[in-house]
Design a protein around this ligand. Structure first.
Ligand code: NI
Length: 170
């Protein structure tokens, strides 16, 4: 089931999300719904608070050409980050059509619980690294525009407020 994606500014996008204690059937369904919603958007990553659920769950698939590689990560934690940084022009499904360069560690190791309840750990690089860090930020109420200067951030927030007003009128 495709779930509606919250658009910034929304207080639910600024909250610290709760760790998941147990992977229940409801949470597995949520992960499946989030992947469906992400592919439909389309996007390469989505975090649970973006569909209004304040739990530590992210989904992603950074393969643009080739077979899909859907991932669902519960309680993801960065356990190592490279000193090398990389810059990507980031966007966000909660901030449609706005993009800006963000610097982040080029590579990270992330530990998480998968849909079967097993612990996984993997090193991410390239777009996967940017994406996983961007999505984990969502779980701490942080958006990519929080890395920008206040003027740029306010300009984007004003545009989003206007977009939400227009959509509400439709
Ligand atoms: Ni995002």
């Amino acid at each position: 089931m495709i779930r509606p994606i919250l658009i910034h500014p929304d207080p639910r996008l600024k909250k610290l999300c709760e760790p998941v204690a147990e992977i229940t059937p409801e949470l597995r369904q949520l992960a499946a719904d989030m992947l469906e919603t992400m592919y439909d958007a389309p996007g390469v990553g989505l975090a649970a608070p973006q569909v209004g659920v304040l739990k530590r769950l992210i989904v992603m698939d950074c393969i643009k050409d080739g077979p899909a590689q859907p991932m669902a990560l519960f309680n993801p934690v960065v356990t190592w980050a490279s000193e090398d940084l990389s810059t990507y022009e980031e966007g966000c499904l909660s901030i449609p059509e706005q993009y800006a360069d963000v610097n982040r560690p080029a590579e990270v190791i992330v530990r998480w619980t998968d849909v079967d309840g097993a612990t996984q750990e993997r090193q991410f690089s390239g777009l996967w690294s940017t994406c996983v860090q961007h999505e984990i930020d969502h779980l701490d109420g942080k958006l990519f525009i929080d890395y920008l200067g206040p003027l740029k951030r306010q300009m984007i927030t004003r545009k989003m407020t206007k977009l939400k007003r227009e959509r509400a009128r439709e």
